[in-house]
Design a protein around this ligand. Structure first.
Ligand SMILES: Nc1ncnc2c1ncn2[C@@H]1O[C@H](COP(=O)(O)OP(=O)(O)OP(=O)(O)O)[C@@H](O)[C@H]1O
Length: 244
């Protein structure tokens, strides 16, 4: 459902989401999960593997309608979705992949995005010529080129080595600080969440619901190693079932 108004939150309420298991049985994945994203905020959704984080993103993005509940989005909502796998078309160049989501290829100029994401010199390459880290950057450019007002990031640093992951996190933060696009990051990496988000939403094990919401008011530039580690340990003690 789309409601009027530019500064109203993006809201999702999942009363119940079930999947059909391999043996035909019905598996309750999410139960009673409510989330409101304030415009300009950066929320990290954290929870154990298989608790329903990706499912929640898909429902919010309108990719899954088979659930009980409601999604309320402002009328002008434009969603940029960075999937766990980059999902680039192998027969198109980087630039063509990014422009593909525009109404016409020249509707927006991605040059400044390429520069911000450090991929300006590879726009004529094909996806098979890119490392996973670079392909992720391209998929972020593709999500941002439509000027979304809601950005969904599904495990953007997963399967990357730590140095590449850290570079990507720095880029994500720089882009967010510059644009303040409302962002929902799904991650099982608590350190990443503490580094990037201004609010943590912790989910329970399946069937998942919100266990706790934690505001992170410390400015990003003051979140050094010590801060991140201290916060992680504090959360591990308070929420051992979610924070590994
Ligand atoms: N298409 C599907 N068919 C059957 N079960 C599914 C399907 N998609 C997800 N599930 C199940 O629903 C639950 C939630 O899945 P989901 O992918 O949302 O979890 P997640 O928290 O994103 O996991 P991860 O951290 O491992 O990516 C899991 O138990 C998963 O096995």
């Amino acid at each position: 459902m789309r409601t009027a108004g530019a500064s109203v939150p993006f809201e999702i309420h999942i009363d119940e989401k079930r999947f059909r298991g391999a043996d035909g049985s019905s598996v309750l994945a999410v139960q009673g999960l409510s989330l409101a994203l304030q415009p300009g905020s950066f929320t990290a959704l954290i929870g154990p593997s298989g608790c329903g984080k990706t499912t929640t993103l898909r429902i919010l993005a309108g990719l899954d309608h088979a659930y009980k509940g409601e999604v309320h989005l402002p009328a002008d909502t434009r969603i940029g979705y960075v999937f766990q796998e980059p999902r680039l078309l192998p027969w198109r160049t980087v630039d063509q992949n990014v422009r593909l989501v525009l109404p016409t290829p020249d509707a927006n100029d991605p040059a400044s995005l390429y520069a911000a994401l450090g991929i300006s010199d590879m726009t004529q390459r094909f996806p098979t010529e890119l490392s996973l880290g670079l392909a992720r950057r391209v998929s972020i450019a593709r999500a941002l080129v439509i000027d979304p007002n809601l950005l969904l990031l599904d495990e953007p640093s997963t399967s990357l080595d730590e140095t590449t992951a850290q570079k990507l996190r720095a880029l994500i933060l720089e882009v967010w600080l510059g644009r303040r696009t409302t962002t929902l990051l799904v991650t099982h990496n608590i350190r990443e969440a503490i580094q990037l988000a201004d609010r943590l939403v912790l989910l329970s094990r399946r069937p998942s619901h919100v266990l706790a919401e934690i505001a992170l008011d410390t400015p990003h530039q003051e979140r050094g190693e010590d801060f991140i580690e201290a916060k992680r340990q504090e959360l591990m003690v308070r929420f051992p079932e979610t924070i590994a």
